[in-house]
Design a protein around this ligand. Structure first.
Ligand SMILES: [Zn+2]
Length: 703
């Protein structure tokens, strides 16, 4: 295949990138920036880097598969606590030689510092465990993690500035900071930090002194408004804590290496306040040096295939928060603890591609062995990643940093404030995110409300929205469940929702579709998700219309198949022009029989007023990420998330183009012509897609 031009390239001026050094200039918006290829690195553990002969073998392996990686990134530490200074110094000196070796072979090379704060209690005899000097992260009950140190401790900051300088002395191409820089999940404790340094800093920010007991009481007691206000203040303190650490490190780093790319790895950082845009600016410093990002999440083995797309969604959220100047966005692909049979090489290749689909511009492979032993068992994996590399490049050229567009589960940086807000404790609840199953049936997922046509509302996030934001959402397309409806009505938006709940049934309820255009040929179809199986039980909400314009789409039946209530799901168009759907029966899960799948796509399209950019119209298990250019051109990626071959896939796209180009993961492509029209959409029958493979598609048969 000839190299393909990008669809963005046809409408946007090319901006030169200095890919050789990674020192991209920062002019303009990255969403309109043209990328030549993906950013790909391998992260290398000490087992492969301490011995010169072993490291030479590693470079030989990379050389055997040219292009499999551009960067060789070296871990500074074997384990997940802050190693002792003398150990760090000696290892960095060895790694400086390895960096020179890798650069001599044409790879960019730098350090991945593990750890700055430390993750948890591991290898403590070789780590800093000096609570009298270095404060350990502390939870709300006063418990600590010995392997994790407080980012507000000036002694830790000084220690890390010294370590940054040791690494900078080797003139690396870049330095990566790892995801131990966070405030949650430092085993054996979770939410931190409430040590004396942090209490003092929080006291300064709020103008009064605090004990841990007082903080817990303020977060968990009082009115919802009082608790929310306090929690927002604490989340801001958490944002400032991470930002303060970055400021202290960056002031030192940028003084000596203003142009050196500096990278940071994250996960879904709700407790830390998800302040990625500001943190990215801080890492750039006043010198505005290049910043790289590595969005991640746990997906270490392939026995739970659903975990792959969960991670892609988490990565999509992370990328949606990044500043425009962040260009090298390498998804974390991690097979820890690196036992080859735990994750198939095809899944590793798919993972890299799918995270690019969700927003990344590259991948960082942390997939090789952790021991000082030959990499024979890993060579087939390296060969597989070599084979997929041209496809990753094609994906990044077409998708760039444009935002995925479609259906958006509403969230924001304050979402953690809603944890345990209406009962329980702030310090023991989970983030109120619904199951993402609706995106497994071919509905396009967006992570930024500004790029979406339909908003999905949950009760938790509504608590974090002000009235203006709620009204704005309700003037557009909205999908919600019963608890969200109740809260909107209680907040005074009943005239815009069209329904209220009048009861909840928790046993023996099934739903039946009523005759309605949005149910199409499926009127009379039933769905029973078996509430008696308590581990997936969801209460059924009985809805009542509050406006003559509201319409019921489904009713509830009991287990003698007798109707017990005439509305379990309904739609309403309000006076703002907004379209609302309330689903009272399993709104988030068990959406995958033919009738439910068809109905949900029908409803989503109606909610969007036919403005969804595209979706999989046929009955398949597929994840889909769509990008739209201003000129109406579309690029997208979709995964066959099934163990069955996907035959007869019908893709609907809102495009004037009569043909699309479809690339497989070997980077071969074919042109597919439209088979017809469906309203403003063109239909495209896709070639069959093997299980767990991804396809890149662009309108216009772009070359
Ligand atoms: Zn602290």
């Amino acid at each position: 295949m000839k190299p393909a031009a990008t669809f963005l390239g046809t409408v946007l001026a090319a901006i030169a990138l200095n890919m050789a050094t990674g020192a991209e200039t920062r002019q303009g918006s990255s969403s309109g920036r043209q990328f030549d290829k993906a950013f790909v690195s391998f992260r290398i553990g000490m087992g492969q880097s301490m011995s010169e002969s072993r490291f030479t073998e590693l470079l030989d392996l990379f050389d055997k598969y040219p292009g499999v990686t551009d960067e060789v990134t070296l871990f500074t530490t074997y384990s997940h606590a802050v190693q002792k200074p003398e150990l760090f110094e000696s290892r960095v000196q060895v790694l400086a030689k390895r960096i020179a070796q890798a650069r001599a072979r044409g790879y960019r090379s730098g350090y991945n510092i593990l750890c700055v704060m430390g993750h948890h209690n591991e290898n403590l005899p070789n780590s800093i465990v000096e609570p009298e000097k270095y404060t350990q992260v502390t939870d709300i009950a006063g418990a600590t993690s010995q392997g994790s140190l407080c980012p507000n401790d000036p002694d830790l900051v000084e220690q890390m500035r010294w370590r940054m300088q040791l690494m900078m002395d080797a003139k690396p191409d870049y330095i990566w900071l790892d995801d131990d820089i966070r405030l949650a999940g430092h085993m054996p404790v979770n939410l931190t930090c409430f040590c004396e340094h942090c209490l003092a800093k929080f006291g300064q920010a709020t103008g009064r002194a605090w004990t841990r007991e007082q903080i817990q009481a303020a977060a968990d007691q009082g009115s919802l408004e009082e608790k929310l206000a306090f929690r927002r203040t604490m989340l801001q303190h958490n944002r400032d804590t991470i930002n303060g650490l970055f400021k202290a490190l960056t002031d030192h780093i940028r003084a000596g290496a203003p142009e050196m790319p500096l990278g940071f790895m994250t996960g879904d950082r709700f407790w830390e306040g998800y302040d990625f845009a500001r943190w990215g600016d801080t890492l750039a410093g006043t010198a505005q040096g290049p910043v790289m990002w590595r969005p991640g999440g746990g997906y270490y083995e392939d026995s739970n295939t659903g975990g792959l797309v969960d991670k892609s969604h988490a990565i999509g959220r992370q990328v949606s928060q990044l500043a425009d100047h962040v260009l090298s966005i390498q998804s974390e692909i991690e097979n820890f603890p690196y036992q080859r049979l735990k994750k198939a090489q095809n899944i590793v290749a798919l993972e890299a591609a799918q995270h690019i689909a969700a927003g990344c511009t590259g991948a960082a492979f942390n997939v090789l062995g952790q021991y000082d032993e030959p990499l024979d068992e890993f060579e087939p994996l390296v060969a597989r990643l070599h084979r997929v590399r041209p496809f990753l490049d094609t994906m990044v050229r077409h998708l760039g940093r444009s935002a995925p567009t479609g259906v958006h589960v509403v969230w924001n940086q304050d979402l953690y404030a809603a944890v345990g807000l209406e009962g329980g404790s702030w310090f023991s609840g989970g983030v109120p995110f619904p199951d993402d199953e609706m995106f497994d049936i071919g509905i396009p997922c967006a992570y930024d409300g500004k790029a979406s046509q339909v908003h999905v509302l949950t009760r938790g996030v509504i608590h974090t929205l002000d009235d203006r934001e709620i009204r704005e959402i309700l003037s557009q397309g909205v999908y919600m469940d019963g608890p969200a409806l109740d809260l909107l009505n209680a907040r005074g938006f009943g005239d815009l929702t069209g329904f209220r709940t009048i009861g909840v049934d928790t046993v023996d309820r099934m739903t039946e579709f009523l005759p309605h255009p949005l149910n199409g040929p499926f009127a009379g179809r039933q769905c029973d998700n078996r509430q008696s199986f308590v581990w997936w039980m969801v209460p059924a909400h009985l809805l009542e219309k509050t406006n003559a314009g509201a319409e019921s789409l489904a009713r509830l039946l009991d287990y003698s198949w007798e109707p017990v209530h005439d509305c379990a799901m309904g739609v309403f168009e309000n006076k703002l022009g907004g379209r609302v759907c309330v689903q009272g029966y399993y709104p988030w899960t068990y959406l995958q029989n033919l009738s439910r799948s068809w109905q949900l796509k029908s409803v989503m399209r109606w909610l969007s007023r036919d403005s969804l950019p595209g979706y999989v119209n046929s009955y398949h298990k597929m994840n889909l990420w769509v990008r739209q250019a201003p000129g109406g051109q579309i690029a997208l990626a979709l995964t066959n998330a099934s163990f069955d071959e996907a035959d007869g896939v019908e893709l609907l796209l809102r495009t004037e183009s009569g043909e699309i180009r479809v690339w497989d993961m070997d980077n071969d492509s074919t042109v597919v012509e439209s088979a017809g029209l469906d309203g403003p959409y063109r239909t495209f029958p896709l070639p069959s897609i093997p299980p767990w493979e991804l396809r890149l598609i662009a309108t216009g048969a772009t070359r």
